[in-house]
Design a protein around this ligand. Structure first.
Ligand code: ADP
Ligand code: MG
Ligand code: ZN
Length: 393
């Protein structure tokens, strides 16, 4: 970790796969794990002469996320071509957004190290995913590489933070908080291992007190929250050692190797102008119709930060407990159902956080199927309260 003479600056780019049934510009399925190249059509294969058409549900999910994150939705956003060659990108460009993203501003309230803080967002924008390359690893084969285009054209929402995260741990907490919000909004399944919630982490150091940002590196290939934190910790240490020797940091993209716990140089970082962005002439601008946006706003669920505030007020539980209990909608609903049936919400909270979570091995997402229904937990606690059984029993 950087000591007092250097300050760590982190900014994160998250790619969230939107939970739509079909792709962003065609009607191919987005389901995961099918045989390679079975969910493709002339549009997502990038064949000449075809036209993309925006999936309305994708726009709705982007707006819903923008509202949930408190962003300002642009009245008109625009798709742009980001040109680069990649074997799993058949068109030779990716349809993304550049000058006019879906939304700007907003923030994520992060509960980290016992304090609550808002990390501001720069922008959120839509883009299409690329396919997947498979190097070797297919039975009886060694040298060849394969391309699976099922993922090509799957909708992604890129969420870019301001460079104001101050430690690897805070970065992890930001990601967990953002993931929870997206899952609450039901726009993303948040599965990091399957790649539906991915993160590129930008990190730099600067002498404490210096206003300008230092030279950053961008880290890729981290498929768990723990690995994001570990990769950043390694990188902070590496950069600090270089700076102390009076050397400079090269702006580059580095890959995290989870086996060895190190980051390795992958390529020099390209600049935006290298991509020759220009508005995609095949797609009309996306208008954020105010009536549509209002309807989406009315349908927003209560989000983690709001629930946390309400839980501390309504049930008198401490903020850290409220943070744990609101990490998933399932768990929050379970707590509220048990609290409603009990005379002591605080006891309910203690038992869920202690005994129940331990028994369930952190599987909060399965609280809907918890074998102890909330009412029974409440009546069990009632028996303890009445002295009919003791806590151990
Ligand atoms: P690009 O899209 O080329 O990666 P951006 O300027 O959009 O570049 O920045 C991407 C991310 O990098 C943002 O989250 C931003 O906050 C972060 N970032 C930019 N400069 C720095 C820096 N010097 N140190 C740490 N993070 C940075
Ligand atoms: Mg980047
Ligand atoms: Zn298709």
């Amino acid at each position: 970790m950087a000591d007092s003479s250097f300050q760590t600056v982190i900014g994160l780019e998250v790619h969230a796969q939107l939970l739509t049934a079909s792709k962003i510009f065609c009607s191919c399925s987005t389901s995961f794990g099918s045989d390679p190249n079975t969910q493709v059509c002339p549009v997502c294969l990038g064949l000449p002469g075809v036209l993309p058409v925006l999936n309305a549900r994708v726009a709705e999910f982007a707006f819903r996320t923008a509202l949930g994150l408190g962003c300002d939705i642009l009245p008109v956003s625009q798709f742009a071509r980001k040109n680069y060659f990649y074997p799993d990108l058949p068109k030779g460009y990716q349809i993304s957004q550049y000058e006019l993203p879906v939304a700007v501003g907003g923030g994520v309230q992060v509960f980290s190290g016992g304090v609550s803080r808002t990390i501001r967002l720069t922008r959120i924008h839509l883009e299409e995913d690329a396919g997947k390359l498979i190097h070797g690893g297919i039975q009886g084969d060694t040298g060849a590489s394969y391309v699976d285009l099922n993922r090509t054209g799957v909708p992604l929402l890129e969420i870019v933070s301001e460079p104001e995260i101050t430690s690897p741990e805070e970065a992890k907490d930001y990601l967990m908080g953002l993931r929870d919000i997206l899952v609450y909004l039901e726009v993303c399944d948040g599965n990091m291992e399957q790649g539906s919630f991915r993160c590129d982490a930008n990190v730099s150091l600067r002498p404490r007190g210096q206003k300008d940002l230092g030279v950053r590196t961008e880290l890729k290939n981290m498929n768990s929250f723990r690995n994001v934190q570990k990769a950043l910790e390694f990188e902070v240490t590496r950069q600090e050692a270089l700076l102390r020797q009076g050397e400079s940091i090269v702006q580059e993209t580095r890959l995290f190797d989870p086996q060895r716990g190190v980051t390795l140089s992958m390529r020099r970082k390209e600049e935006a102008h290298d991509y020759r962005y220009f508005p995609d002439p095949d797609l009309v601008p996306l208008e954020a119709d105010p009536a549509w946006i209002d309807g989406i706003r009315r349908g927003l669920p209560e989000l983690p930060a709001g629930k946390r505030r309400r839980f501390t007020g309504e049930y008198g539980i401490p903020e850290y407990a409220a943070a744990v209990l609101t990490a998933s909608r399932d768990l929050a609903d379970y707590f509220e159902a048990a609290a409603a049936a009990s005379s002591s919400p605080k006891e309910v909270s203690n038992w869920i956080m202690g005994e129940l979570l331990r028994e369930m091995k952190g599987g909060e997402s399965t609280f809907r199927e918890c074998s102890v229904p909330p009412e029974q937990l409440a009546s069990l606690l009632g028996l303890i309260d009445e002295g009919k059984i003791n806590r151990k029993m």
